[in-house]
Design a protein around this ligand. Structure first.
Ligand code: PLP
Length: 396
């Protein structure tokens, strides 16, 4: 489907406008202003498929294309993105770019699913996995090209990391990776292109769990990859076709619908996160807080240079209270909330909270008493009042 914005038009628009204007059908009299949902598993045709023809529902669907176009433009890419059935389906496709037996360097605190996938690939002998503290640039350089050992062929970046909120120096690490011939994949789920644009910082591929901020309403599971490199895109598209983790047309439509309000949602939730972080940092039952927006945070300086705002995820460690260790106190805090939703995931309009170590796959280096808060778009005083009353129950 031809889109209404050319690459030049898109480049001239701010991201706040682009989320609304991108991925619209052509301006033709009496045509819908929103792209339709197309339910078809196949397309008319005879003879060999010409370049760009859809052919079959696992190869292409007109319902994916507006979102792919919009996300590509938002990340500043020269090519449309690729939509997948989930963020991890996108991760699987990205990891398929590693040649057999080659080296992957990954943050020791990455999204748990990405880490499990890479670990299992390594256990089967498909790749060599080196995990590293991504906030320590010298340690990353050492893993990319050790004095004794092979150089890496892929660097996986996540910044801020989930759930430790460590900040990687994306430009410096990307340069170091390219120096040894490695390609760089950056998971940009926590930031979205409105807050951070990894392709502009040198990354080769950007990954999104569209499930989170981009769709934004906790009602779809989808993923995406974006690259400006035609050879990489071709390899990823081939992987999507052959491995088959494709998006449903309705989910793609919901994601585009959600994207329209992304700028407003990010503006509100980022502002609220700063307020809540400041208040939580002085609460007596908060043992530690991680949020790159706090000047005292170890990642603050770095985040200020590569992010526009600081995201709206923050993590606290809950102090032990009479009779309860930190983990039990954290569980009690979560259970005492009436507005915040105790659930996994993040990036929706509704504020979500969970103690991360309730997941068995979570790395053991994540503290037992660490609670991750995904700040939504509710009134910040209502969110704070709910936290205060749940803390008061703990002090009980
Ligand atoms: C949720 C998430 C993923 C996985 O995405 P799904 O859509 O759940 O498959 C990957 N990376 C990050 C940072 C995430 O938060």
């Amino acid at each position: 489907m031809a889109m209404s914005l050319s690459e030049e038009q898109a480049q001239a628009l701010s991201a706040e406008t682009l989320v609304v204007a991108a991925g619209r059908p052509p301006r033709e009299r009496d045509q819908p202003v929103n792209p339709p949902i197309v339910l078809s598993s196949t397309y008319f045709g005879t003879g060999p498929l010409a370049d760009g023809e859809r052919g079959y529902g696992r190869y292409a669907n007109p319902s994916w294309e507006p979102f792919e176009e919009a996300l590509g433009q938002l990340e500043g890419a020269t090519l449309p993105g690729l939509l997948y059935a989930s963020g991890l389906a996108a991760a699987s496709s990205a990891l398929s770019l590693i040649p057999a037996g080659a080296v992957l360097v990954m943050p020791s605190h990455s999204y748990a699913g990405s880490l499990v996938m890479a670990t299992e690939m390594a256990e089967k002998g498909f790749i060599e996995l080196r995990t590293v503290d991504i906030t320590d640039s010298d340690a990353v350089r050492e893993q990319l090209a050790p004095a004794a050992g092979r150089p890496a062929s892929m660097l996986w970046l996540e910044s801020p990391t989930n759930p430790m909120l460590g900040i990687a120096d994306i430009s410096a690490l990307t340069e170091a990776a390219h120096d040894v011939g490695a390609i760089v994949v950056t998971d940009n789920t926590f930031s979205t292109p409105l807050v951070q644009q990894p392709l502009q910082l040198g990354s080769d591929v950007v990954l999104h769990s569209v499930t989170k901020y981009l769709a934004g309403h906790s009602d779809v599971v989808l993923g995406a990859l974006v690259t400006s490199n035609p050879d990489i895109r071709k390899a990823l598209l081939h992987h999507r076709i052959i491995h088959g983790a494709v998006a449903g047309p309705f989910e793609a439509w919901l994601a585009l619908r959600g994207l329209r309000t992304l700028a407003l949602r990010i503006e509100r939730s980022q502002a609220s996160a700063v307020v809540l972080a400041e208040r939580l940092s002085s609460h007596p039952l908060v043992e530690a807080i991680r949020f790159p927006g706090l000047p005292s945070d170890p990642g603050h300086q770095r985040a200020s240079t590569q992010m526009k705002g600081f995201g709206s995820i923050l993590c606290i460690q809950v102090a032990p209270v009479a009779g309860l260790d930190g983990a039990a106190a954290a569980d009690r805090l979560v259970q005492g909330l009436k507005l915040w939703l105790p659930a996994t995931s993040l990036g929706g309009v509704e504020s979500l909270i969970e103690r991360r170590r309730r997941h068995l796959a979570e790395p053991l280096s994540v503290p037992e008493n660490l609670v991750r808060l995904s700040v939504g778009i509710e009134n910040v005083e209502d969110l704070w009042a709910d936290l205060e009353q749940a803390f008061a129950l703990l002090e009980g």
